[in-house]
Design a protein around this ligand. Structure first.
Ligand code: 6PG
Length: 256
């Protein structure tokens, strides 16, 4: 994997880029994503991205939209979505559309239907979307080119929270889940849909975007700890195709 400028390796071999600010993180991550998108389009005719929600990625998506104004040859999927209406400020899809100025052909987990179908039906429908949009397979699992992920203070990623039964899911690609049991660093306690570990694990490249001193402890646990119980740790231990973009506050105490 071509490493982004300034990348360093942890003792465990994880690739980390430490940015000086939120804007620097977004610019560096967007430049890396743009390069990987170009490679995927040259090789496969399209780039399939799976985008997380939360707050951190918005600036990166805005920067990336600057590289890809018409989102041509991009298939944009969601990593996870809160089970709220499309207009709800907690909607990840609303954030992604806002970041791309509404020009992006996002394939939303939550359709603009009212009333919403049952979560199980939404999950099954999105699995069909994934099947159609991401034709490449790894052990029968759809392969996305780039999966953009965040990290919660409790070690969650996507909407895979510590102790969730969804962490054991090995056959379904999309599942409904409850929200975090306790307020997890601002991640709303609402039910969600999420891609499962097999799909995240099959991605050609995982790109974590993490900022803020409140995340420094969990970043160290995931990147340097022996704790495989944290959802993000379970993912990176298996994948070895992750690039972490951290700001200096989130990288405090990391041995690089
Ligand atoms: C969600 C997100 C979630 C997020 C982390 C980090 O829907 O809640 O997908 O996994 O990535 O909670 O969120 P911040 O970037 O806002 O810290």
């Amino acid at each position: 994997m071509t490493l982004p400028p300034g990348a360093r390796l942890t003792a465990a071999g994880e690739t980390v880029v430490v940015a000086g600010s939120a804007v620097d993180l977004a610019r560096r991550a967007a430049a890396f994503l743009d390069a990987r998108i170009s490679t995927a389009i040259i090789r496969n005719g399209q780039a399939v991205l799976a985008l997380s929600g939360g707050s951190t990625p918005e600036m990166t998506y805005r920067c990336l939209a600057g590289y890809r104004p018409d989102a041509a040859s991009l298939a944009l999927l969601q990593v996870d979505e809160r089970l709220v209406s499309a207009g709800d400020p907690r909607s990840n899809g609303a954030m992604i559309r806002r970041a791309w100025g509404g020009r992006v052909p996002l394939l939303p987990m939550i359709p603009a239907e009212n009333p919403l179908p049952a979560p199980g039906r939404l999950a099954a429908a999105y699995a069909h979307t994934l099947d159609r949009v991401a034709p490449a397979r790894c052990l029968g699992v759809p392969v996305v080119d780039l999966c953009i992920l965040g990290l919660g203070e409790d070690g969650h990623t996507a909407s895979l929270f510590p102790g969730s039964p969804a962490l054991a899911e090995r056959s379904r690609w999309v599942v409904p889940v409850a929200g975090p049991a306790a307020p997890a660093g601002g991640s709303p306690q609402v039910p969600r849909l999420t891609l499962t570990l097999p799909v995240l694990d099959a991605a050609r490249c995982l790109v974590f975007l993490v900022q803020g001193g409140a995340k420094a402890g969990v970043v160290r646990q995931v990147l340097q700890g022996k704790d495989d119980l944290l959802p993000a740790a379970r993912l990176v231990r298996r994948a070895r195709r992750a690039v972490w973009f951290l700001d200096t506050a989130a990288a405090v105490g990391l041995s690089l």
